[in-house]
Write a new protein. Structure first.
Length: 222
């Protein structure tokens, strides 16, 4: 298994948040997220304070705000779901821009968007200021079960391998006239994703056998 390396979410820097111990950052992140989740949805001003706090931490970390914003695209499916909630929820109705929307649905949508956005931004800031290997060592310091830490380590190390494999498959598909964005080629795209799963599984089997042949007994050397 190769040595640790930086991940695409990490932003190289030397700010105070970069220098902070990973297990301390993990504890702060988990504690902050528990606080955000436990906050009632009706306390709108409190969520504003949380948002200002997160943005302030991002500025203090030295990570460009645009760097975090571009990676928050992962939240898009939750945004679409939150937009639908006022239309499908029951309860008293109110008029918003000529549309009849559910009042409880609007409150629920706000809670989902506020808590989700704050959580995603906080997690991305943590990932941008912490090297993957430091995260694993931090989990070990927090007495996370060794097997879980190993699984997470393998995920981090081979995520780029799998995504690179998928990129090569997309290039091959396009060179044969297949457009993955076209609905008529989605069946081919689905078969390609299935093939990627099989390749990844077989690669994992080969890696496991190689590790066993080198004396792996269930724990990695420190």
């Amino acid at each position: 298994m190769g040595a640790g390396h930086g991940h695409r979410l990490h932003f190289h820097g030397h700010g105070p948040l970069h220098r902070m111990a990973a297990h301390h950052k993990l504890l702060v992140l988990v504690g902050f997220m528990l606080l955000v989740v436990a906050t009632p949805r009706e306390l709108y001003s409190v969520f504003g304070i949380y948002a200002v706090l997160v943005v302030s931490v991002i500025f203090a970390s030295g990570v460009p705000l645009t760097y975090i914003a571009k990676r928050m695209v992962i939240e898009v499916p939750f945004v679409f779901f939150a937009i639908l909630v006022p239309f499908i929820a029951t309860g008293p109705k109110t008029e918003v821009l000529g549309l009849s929307l559910s009042e409880p649905g609007l409150v629920a949508a706000f809670g989902l968007l506020a808590k989700g956005t704050i959580g995603v931004a906080s997690s991305l800031t943590f990932a941008a200021t912490t090297e993957p290997d430091d995260i694993l060592r931090g989990l070990e310091r927090l007495r996370m079960p060794d097997l879980i830490v190993q699984i997470m380590g393998f995920m981090i190390r081979y995520l780029d391998v799998v995504t690179a494999e998928w990129s090569r498959m997309l290039v091959a598909m396009r060179s044969r006239g297949c457009d993955p964005r076209s609905p008529k080629h989605w069946a081919t795209l689905a078969r390609g994703m299935g093939a990627l799963f099989i390749r990844s599984y077989e690669r994992g089997e080969r890696i496991h056998l190689a590790m066993l042949s080198r004396g792996y007994t269930g724990s990695l050397p420190k």
